[in-house]
Structure formats: structure tokens, C-alpha cells
Design a protein around this ligand. Structure first.
Ligand code: 1AE
Length: 408
């Protein structure tokens, strides 16, 4: 057992095996993923390799599954000395070839402060994003561009204006939008920057636009810099599809001085199977923060694509846990409508982004009404006013509640 937690990354696995095989299995993980072999080494070599050897911290049987089969949790400590500050290195060490070894899931990952400090973490985090928007007192509201593929730049600019006029704080591209012909990102950024400036004058508040950052991976940094130069006020990145290291290098780049929104596309392939893969709070919470997301988008517990509420809570706890890095704004998403705002704030608190596409564009008064309905709901919940009461003074909110109902 290690008694020096500052030196070890602690990974806990839930796996199935024979009860009599657990000790040997744990030992072979600890040794196999660190020094490779041990018992056959001469004593002097063992002594010199000791600092790099993994250690078995804990073995706990959870459940008997059959006569000679149990579900168990095994915690292994990996020396930080074996690692470099890269999520590719971290994941390959703690769950590289092990992820393919039968029924096994990585359910918890504890990182010592010495290791966490080597990562950039969010450049702006919650305080930085709120400061740019000048909004402290209520949850933030983000509108998702829908129907963007196949649209011209003029059509998209019109959609941008409609969304922005609703008073939303951020507008983000849909993650599936990769247009390089009709409306390339550089052109969108320039046109939407002008529209955003007009609307900011009109409404007296800014709106940030998160452009979908895409292209060949080795071009991402230059492209991000160029987009920021042209006026992009935020970036959206499909982090799991590109890899966490892409996010980490963008977050560490001082020239990419805008919030980065992490989209969860493809992440279900990592966390979705209950007995395999990696727990959602690690995939969409802990690693997103470590790599430097300012906003972490994830499936809310109540909408269309859902995550169980306890998993959402663990994910948000990872975005806020005291670890020396800036905290991240959670954006529980998918099927979110104004009637769900009290549930979202009850579960995840005030420092959240209400992120919606369908319930903005599907509002009976169009995208502008959709934004206004969310804003009225956010303001009401921040003041402790029930939505039904707020709807008496807000026609857009009343229409939204009529259409989608309220959940709380
Ligand atoms: C969890 C991801 C949600 C997302 O990307 C998205 O586009 C949601 O759209 P709506 O609000 O469900 O229409």
C-alpha cells in the first residue's frame, strides 16, 4: 500500500473476475502498466525501479455474480514520475491496454495536486466568462444554431440576428457544422461580429459567438488564432473526436484568448456501456477541466439525450472541485426548455449555462421569443420567483410553458 498519495495517480476499476484471482489481477495491473515485470528482477534492479512501480491500494468485492465470479473494485496507484502532463499519457497509463481486458470500467481517478498543476486548466473559467458577459446574478443562456448546413452566409447571419435579439448570452454553432464552402468559419466570424456589435448597441449587452473549430488537427492552433484575430469571441471544440490534447494545447496558447466550449460528441462511446469504458464524470468533467475547457456541455438528466442525475452531479462536482484550476461552467443540454430551468438550477446551482437549440428555434415566436423565454426563466429562478408567476409578465415564457410544460 502506498502512504504517499502526493506521488500517485489513483485509478479505481470496477471489474469481474474469480474471487481467488483478484489479488493476482490487481498486482498484474499495477506492475504490468508500470515497470512491466518484477519478481524476476535482481534485488538491486528492484530497488532502482521501485519509484516507478505501481501499487495496489485497495481491493473490494462489491457483489457475487455466480458461484465463482464477483464484481469487485480495485484501486491501483501509478507513480506521477511515470507521467508527463498529457491526457494521452495519463489515459494510456491508467486505461490503455487494460481497457480491452474483459469486463472492466474505470470508475474513479484521483490526481495529486503536483500533477494537476502541470496542466493549464481553463484560461477563463466561470469568473472569466461571466466577466466578459457582465452577468453575475443569473444562470447564463446559450442558443444553438440549428439548420446551419446548406445555408448561405446571408441566411445564417439572419438566424444569428434572430437568436441574438432574444438577449441570449452566447450563440454556438451546431457541432455538426463543418461548412468550408457556403459559409466558412472565417466568413461567419466576421459577419456575426458585425451583427453582434449592432445588437449589443441595441440591447445594451454583449453576445459571444462560439464558432466550431475544425480542420486537420495540426492546423487547429493556427486556425484558432486566425479566428480569434478575425473576432471570434469563443470557440467550440469536439474534444473527444479531436482528442483532449488538442484542447489542452489551445487552452495553453495565450493567443487563443477566448473561452473554449467543449462539446461531448462521441463521448457516449467511452462512457455509455455500464460495465466497460470510463465513467462520464471523468470523460466529460474531470478531463475536460484538466485540458482547459471553460464550458463543459453534457447531456442533462431531464431532456432528450440524458445522463442519470447522480452522474450529472458527479460530473459537475469534478468541474468545481477545489484543485487549483479555475472552475468550469457546466452546460446541461439536449432537449432543454424553459420549464426545466428550476430543475437545472436546483441540481447544478446558479453557475450554469442553459443551452438549447430546439426550444429556442421551436418557440411559437421564433428564435427571438425562444431566447426571451429562457431569459425570463433564468431571471425568475435567480430571484426565487415561480415560473408560473414570471410568465404573467412575460408572454414568451408563457408561450414556452404552454408548449413544453414545466417539470419541477
Ligand atoms: C448534449 C449535446 C446537446 C447538443 O449538442 C444539442 O445540439 C442540443 O440541441 P437541443 O437543445 O436538444 O435541440
Amino acid at each position: 500500500m502506498s502512504n504517499d498519495t502526493a506521488r500517485y495517480v489513483l485509478a479505481t476499476y470496477e471489474l469481474e473476475d474469480r474471487p481467488g484471482a483478484l489479488e493476482q489481477r490487481a498486482e498484474s495491473i499495477a506492475v504490468g502498466l508500470t515497470v512491466g515485470s518484477w519478481t524476476d528482477l535482481p534485488a538491486a534492479k528492484q530497488a532502482s525501479m521501485q519509484p516507478y512501480r505501481g501499487v495496489v491500494e485497495r481491493i473490494e468485492v462489491q457483489e457475487e455474480l455466480a458461484a465463482d465470479r464477483v464484481r469487485a473494485r480495485i484501486t491501483v496507484g501509478y507513480p506521477v514520475a511515470n507521467l508527463v502532463p498529457s491526457i494521452a499519457a495519463l489515459l494510456t497509463t491508467v486505461f490503455g491496454k487494460l481497457s480491452m481486458d474483459g469486463v472492466i470500467r474505470l470508475v474513479d481517478l484521483r490526481l495529486p495536486a503536483t500533477y494537476v498543476r502541470q496542466f493549464p486548466g481553463p484560461k477563463l473559467g466561470v469568473p472569466g466568462v461571466r466577466k466578459r458577459l457582465g452577468v453575475d446574478e443569473r444562470p447564463l443562456v446559450m442558443s444553438i444554431f440549428k439548420s446551419c448546413i446548406g445555408q448561405t452566409l446571408d441566411e445564417l447571419t439572419q438566424h444569428f440576428r434572430e437568436q441574438a435579439l432574444g438577449g441570449v448570452d452566447l450563440i454556438k454553432d451546431d457541432e455538426i457544422f463543418f461548412s468550408e464552402t457556403l459559409a466558412p468559419p472565417e466568413a461567419r466570424v466576421q459577419r456575426f461580429r458585425e451583427a453582434a456589435a449592432d445588437i449589443a448597441d441595441e440591447l445594451g449587452k454583449p453576445v459571444l459567438y462560439a464558432v466550431n473549430l475544425s480542420g486537420p488537427i495540426f492546423d487547429l492552433r493556427d486556425r484558432a488564432r486566425r479566428l480569434v484575430e478575425l473576432g471570434a469571441s469563443a470557440l467550440l471544440l469536439n474534444v473527444v473526436a479531436f482528442g483532449y490534447d488538442a484542447l489542452q494545447h489551445l487552452a495553453a496558447d495565450p493567443e487563443v484568448a477566448v473561452p473554449i466550449l467543449a462539446h461531448p460528441a462521441v463521448s457516449g462511446a467511452l462512457y455509455g456501456a455500464p460495465r466497460h469504458g470510463i465513467a462520464s464524470h471523468i470523460v466529460l468533467g474531470q478531463l475536460m477541466r484538466l485540458a482547459g475547457a471553460d464550458v463543459a456541455i453534457f447531456p442533462s438528466p431531464y431532456g432528450s439525450v440524458t445522463l442519470p442525475v447522480e452522474e450529472g452531479l458527479a460530473l459537475v462536482a469534478a468541474l468545481r472541485e477545489t484543485n487549483g484550476l479555475r472552475t468550469v461552467l457546466p452546460a446541461p443540454s439536449a432537449g432543454v426548455h424553459p420549464g426545466l430551468v428550476p430543475n437545472i438550477v436546483r441540481d447544478f446551482g446558479h453557475d450554469v449555462i442553459l443551452n438549447a437549440g430546439g426550444a429556442i428555434h421551436g418557440h411559437p415566436q421564433g428564435a427571438t421569443g425562444g431566447g426571451r423565454a429562457f431569459l425570463a426563466a433564468a431571471e425568475a429562478v435567480a430571484k426565487g420567483v415561480p415560473l408560473a408567476v414570471a410568465a404573467e409578465a412575460s408572454e414568451p415564457l408563457r408561450l414556452a410553458l404552454e408548449k413544453w410544460g414545466a417539470r419541477a
